[in-house]
Design a binder for this molecule. Sequence first.
Ligand code: SF4
Ligand code: SF4
Length: 323
Amino acid sequence: MTVLSIQPSFRCNFKCPYCYLGSLRTDPQILDLALLEQRLQELTSNIYIECVDIFGGEIGLLPMNYLRNLINLLNKYLTQGQDINLTTNFSNIRILRLVKEFEDTCNVGLGLSYNFERQNFEDIDLYLRTGKDFPKRLCTLMVVLPSIIKYNIFALLNLCQAWYKNSGTEISFIRYFPSIYNNKDYEVNNQLYADYMKALLFTYKKANYSFPLNNLAQLANPGDPSLNSNIFIQPNGNYAWIQYDNNREYFKESNNFKDYQTAILKEQEQYQQHCILCPYYNRCLAEHLNFNSLKNTECCGLKGLLTWRDQGGLYGKDLCQNN
Ligand code: SF4
Ligand code: SF4
């Protein structure tokens, strides 16, 4: 099962300092839908697409008819009613209407990316707390940056709870990864992220918050971290997958699906070599396998966080042991 991420365009009207696209945001290329159809034919005859994520860049900069055609095209190939998720920075509210328009005919949902470093974060907050007519499937995504980590956890969870109460939004906290396209580096490594998530998840449980926290579901049921589980389609129509230059992510691209399959086999060899003895082999929290990280105390698969889970950390067991 593979998650397909489609990036129809890298263009964005914002300049978030943490954006992994960095300099790619000025690339004017827009994905040709005829080429996308060829890719979908090839993909669906080779793999099962579990769901499709559409993001950019800012998809709200694309003509709404282009997005309509894109969703209709996906519907033609996602014959099992798989989820289609569109993620926006909320600068164009027509995206909300577009999602509502498709709700009765397909499994479409909206992702709202929120961060204190985003220029319109107060607008998103107001929308979630006081808006109406929300999409049936709504998720608010927050990249865990220093500004989030420094924020009081109770205040943050209260904010999420207030959003959920009015809008029904799910919440996902996303790990920050440096990329070769962005020169700004934040000191949020795997260890810091894992420590933060322990505090956040423990507080969520302990204080009985009720908003759907997707990280909790992921922790309970981690997935396949290998290249098998995700593939991108870029604005130029190429297939792409994530690779690392030291610890920085970049897209490896090809117009030939066989290159992706070869990359999967190569990664499988490395994966076995490095991780076969790990109790979380094939079911850890790595979005993408970064073999450079395995020598660190907290690897890309967040082994320490998974061990903490298994030792009852969510219920404060490790805290009791320390006392
Ligand atoms: S809104 Fe998203 S794509 Fe645009 S600059 Fe910010 S993080 Fe990057
Ligand atoms: S948790 Fe870490 S060591 Fe274990 S399989 Fe995942 S990446 Fe490998």
